[in-house]
Design a protein around this ligand. Structure first.
Ligand code: ZN
Length: 310
């Protein structure tokens, strides 16, 4: 076959492209690409998938997980993902569905095996009797902040391992072995945390956003109100006046906030005897809380320290 100069150039270019592409392709094709919505799920996926997975979280720990700022880089990440892990219960509803539409990756659309809703096996609390978004409530399917209770952490890890095995059965044994090791580690921590948290029993708290309910239930804290009027609704002056009264009556000890501004927590602290405490609500919310286990440990330790110091 006679190849003219133009075609020869083309052949060279294609060959070069193939040569350049193959090493990169083969390097990354080995790893399962996982995208998670929050860093807690990313940390657990790393513990279970180890070097079989490459994992990235779309949300950063310091952001408000209901309203993650969308970056253009999210689209190619979702487009290439083999698995998408999310918290579910509509936590990500204001930012994830639009991204999934643009990313155009049929593997990770709702209903597909690559779409993994980690709430499926969680015992959800604060489920409203009627599904109603009319008041602007951003917890229409119950409280989605189940990650703050480490017993739910075990359920999340199991769901992640099952999803990895279902999608990549050739590695099932590795995932199961790593899951077992991770659950054993959590099982060593959970009784320690239970003991550490004893001084929190009966402590009255006012979270900014209704996200400490699972934690409060686990360790016996009492929530006497929230800084927000309702989940997602910023306080009105009237609400603050009523809240101050309630906090004084109930002798609330802590105001807990995370990615929100400290303006209202400080105001409430100055008008009552409660302390304002900033705590991470997901991994990476504080530099010391860079794994799931460290985050739970940091939260309990810091809260106990604040209660004992008061
Ligand atoms: Zn929430």
């Amino acid at each position: 076959m006679k190849i003219n100069l133009k075609n020869r150039c083309l052949v060279t270019l294609v060959a070069l492209a193939v040569l350049l592409w193959v090493p990169t392709g083969s390097l990354y094709a080995q790893q399962i690409r996982v995208i998670t919505t929050i860093p807690d799920l990313a940390d657990m996926t790393r513990q279970i998938g180890k070097d079989l997975v490459s994992v990235e979280s779309l949300a950063q720990g310091v952001e408000f997980m209901h309203a993650v700022p969308i970056k253009p880089s999210f689209v190619p990440k979702l487009n290439r993902a083999d698995l998408l892990l999310l918290i579910g219960l509509d936590l990500e509803i204001s930012w994830l569905p639009a991204l999934l539409e643009v990313a155009n990756n049929p593997r990770i659309l709702r209903g597909q095996p690559g779409y993994v809703d980690c709430s499926v096996r969680v015992n959800v609390i604060e489920v409203p009797a009627l599904l109603d978004r009319s008041g602007g409530d951003i917890h229409p399917k119950g409280n989605p902040h189940y990650n703050l209770d480490p017993v739910n952490g075990k359920v999340m890890a199991e769901t992640i391992a099952a999803a990895l095995s279902r999608n990549f059965p050739q590695h099932q044994q590795v995932f199961e072995k790593n899951l077992k090791a991770y659950l054993a580690e959590l099982d060593r921590w959970i009784p320690r945390w239970q003991e550490m948290a004893v001084p929190l029993k009966g402590v009255k708290i006012v979270p900014y956003h209704l996200e400490w309910s699972y934690f409060a239930k686990r360790y016996g804290l009492e929530q006497v109100g929230t800084v927000e009027v309702r989940p997602g609704i910023e306080p009105t002056p009237n609400h603050i006046v009523e809240l101050v009264q309630k906090m004084k009556q109930e002798k609330a000890q802590l105001i807990i906030y995370g990615p929100q501004s400290d303006r209202f927590p400080r105001q409430l602290a100055s008008e009552t005897s409660a302390k304002a405490l900033k705590l991470p609500d997901m991994v990476g919310g504080e530099p010391q809380a860079d794994t799931y286990i460290k985050m739970i440990d940091y939260n309990i330790r810091t809260m106990v320290g604040a209660v004992k110091g008061s």
